[in-house]
Design a protein around this ligand. Structure first.
Ligand code: FAD
Length: 524
């Protein structure tokens, strides 16, 4: 396809695992336009990723592990669908990779210490997410009905809210050429990934600016469980370089954590020491950083006592990346800090990816399916993308029958390219600092109130976005407010949400999901 069509059957926003998997399903029913705002990630740009594959007798263990990690808030039916359908989704992905990709899929099964069962899908080395994506890209290329356009920034959902059947009717975007364009369609899938960029420290790519949550919320869809942000405990900290994730598998393999004095400290915080759950480790690191009183605090991850050949073989990408920063992980300790990693909540959906708004679906990290509850079992995100991407794709096919034939230009794009907004990066930096300080790993009522006030103070500066970057800033600003308001409303600690002033569970009031509509947060 040369350019943007004015009309198509389905629009998929996002070319990650969830978006591509949905598109493959949708291609059986009609024309699918997949839009990405950046180049579709390649296997090398996707970080280390593993994903659990349960065979029949292990489905139950995978289910239990996921429910335990979710700390009471998983939707059991959503988890059941995930663990039951995962094997088929994985097998077909492996097949597509083998059949269609010149290099062939390299996915194999290995053991993973953090699971009570042992079947984990892994590519040799540490780039499983990339291998899955490569197989999906290869399959999508064979589907004539799929058109993938990169660098097309979706700025707004087109809606027809006045008819009886209020629904999404297309998308408005800022095209690669910087022009406002509308595309009408029968149904839209949000598969825009995460929102890590609302925090100063994050493992997420620069594209993770919460666009999907902001688009969905502005159009009137319910968003849910946004207070639950998973922070990865160990991210390499080298000044002025992007944060590089040092997988939890390193600790599973036996890596130690040491404070600035080079003392192991995790034993003080949890009987499992370095093997403690990720959120416990992240909070312990934050505490050690705070008491170190260093201006630029961090702790160390130490693998130097492990077999060097084994480490190089098991973690080639981590080894190579650290070497690029002159750190040999087999000989040197690695400076690390925690960083925002995964958004557990998002645009609320049912088990088929349907949101509360007609014609709008969501899958992958942007969606709140209830699979993860209050905290995510490591490796379930890629599986969620595969299983719920496929489910959303199947359900969306029905929309061709339900929807009126779309016509373009129902509501013009509000955003368009304008002059570069001065000060926009500084504004984004302020927002990221506010969130890191006020709604980060350890939260307090006062801290969150101050964060909300400070964010509200920034509102006039994001009010009229004219460029793609200022639209991203507006999206991050909206998402940050939604996260902070949800976190303030949840007056307890659960899963990834930790409040010093309310350290325990309050099941009576809060064994529920937060839902935001307008400025109100309610628990259902
Ligand atoms: C460093 C790292 C390591 C990870 N390791 C693991 C792991 O080991 N196991 C695991 O299960 N998970 C892991 N995860 C999480 C997992 O990789 C992600 O949750 C998952 O890839 C998200 O997939 P997705 O399809 O939802 O979105 P993404 O893959 O993030 O794709 C989002 C897409 O949306 C597009 N997009 C966004 N906004 C717009 C817009 N406004 N207009 C148009 N397009 C837009 C982007 O260009 C992109 O194509 C890791 C994540 C990170 C960051």
């Amino acid at each position: 396809m040369k350019g943007l069509p004015a009309e198509t059957d389905f629009v998929v926003l996002g070319a990650g695992v969830a978006g591509l998997r949905a598109a493959i399903e949708l291609a059986q029913a009609g024309r699918v336009l997949v839009l990405a705002k950046a180049q579709a990630p390649s296997s090398s740009s996707q970080s280390a990723a593993t994903s659990a594959l349960s065979d029949e007798d292990e489905v139950i263990l995978h289910l239990q592990d996921t429910l335990v990690a979710g700390d009471g808030l998983c939707r059991p039916a959503a988890v059941k669908a995930l663990v039951e359908e995962a094997p088929e989704r994985i097998e077909e992905t492996i097949d597509w990779g083998k059949q269609l990709d010149r290099r062939g899929t390299k996915l194999v099964f290995e053991a993973e210490a953090s699971y009570s069962h042992s079947h984990v899908l892994r590519a040799p080395g540490d780039s499983t997410g990339g291998e899955i994506l490569r197989a999906l890209q290869a399959k999508a290329r064979t589907c004539k009905n799929i058109s993938l356009l990169e660098f097309e920034f979706s700025a707004e959902l087109l809606t027809d809210l006045h008819s009886e059947d209020a629904r999404v009717t297309g998308v408005s975007l800022i095209s690669e050429k910087g022009l406002p364009e509308d595309v009408a369609c029968s149904a839209v899938l949000l598969a825009t990934g995460g929102m890590g960029q609302i925090y100063r420290n994050t493992t997420n790519l620069e594209t993770a600016t919460a666009d999907g949550v902001a688009l969905g919320f502005r159009a009137g869809a319910e968003v849910s469980d946004l207070e639950f942000i998973q922070f990865h405990p160990t991210v390499m900290y080298v000044k002025k370089t992007p944060r590089f994730l040092l997988s939890e598998a390193l600790r599973a393999e036996g890596a130690y954590l040491r404070n600035i004095e080079l003392d192991r400290f995790m034993g003080k915080y949890h009987p499992l020491a370095e093997q403690a759950p990720g959120d416990v480790v992240a909070r312990a690191i934050m505490h050690e950083m705070e008491v170190s009183r260093a201006k630029d605090p961090f702790v160390y991850l130490d693998l130097t006592h492990l077999n060097a050949t084994g480490v190089r073989k098991r973690f080639p990408r981590i080894y190579a990346t650290c070497m690029r920063h002159n750190i040999d992980i087999t000989e040197d300790v690695v400076p690390v800090r925690p960083a925002a990693h995964f958004s557990l909540g998002g645009v609320h959906t049912d088990l088929s990816g349907k949101t509360s708004l007609g014609g709008l679906y969501a899958a992958g990290e942007v969606a709140a399916t209830g699979v993860h509850g209050a905290n995510r079992l490591a490796s379930n995100a890629l599986l969620e993308g595969l299983v719920y991407g496929a489910r959303a794709g199947k359900a969306m096919r029905e929309e061709l029958r339900l929807a009126q034939r779309p016509s373009s230009g129902q509501k013009k794009a509000a955003s368009q390219n304008g002059p570069v907004d001065a000060g926009i990066e500084e504004l984004i930096g302020q927002l990221q600092d506010i969130m890191w300080k006020g709604a980060g790993i350890v939260r307090t009522r006062v801290g969150m109130q101050e964060a909300i006030k400070a964010l509200e103070g920034l509102a006039p500066r994001v009010a009229h976005p004219r460029t793609r970057r200022s639209q991203e800033a507006a999206n991050m600003h909206l998402a940050a407010l939604l996260v902070a308001r949800s976190a303030l409303a949840r007056e307890e600690s659960r899963g990834a949400h930790y409040r010093i002033d309310n350290p325990g569970h309050d099941d009576k009031k809060f064994l529920k999901h937060s839902v935001v509509k307008g400025e109100r947060v309610r628990f259902v």
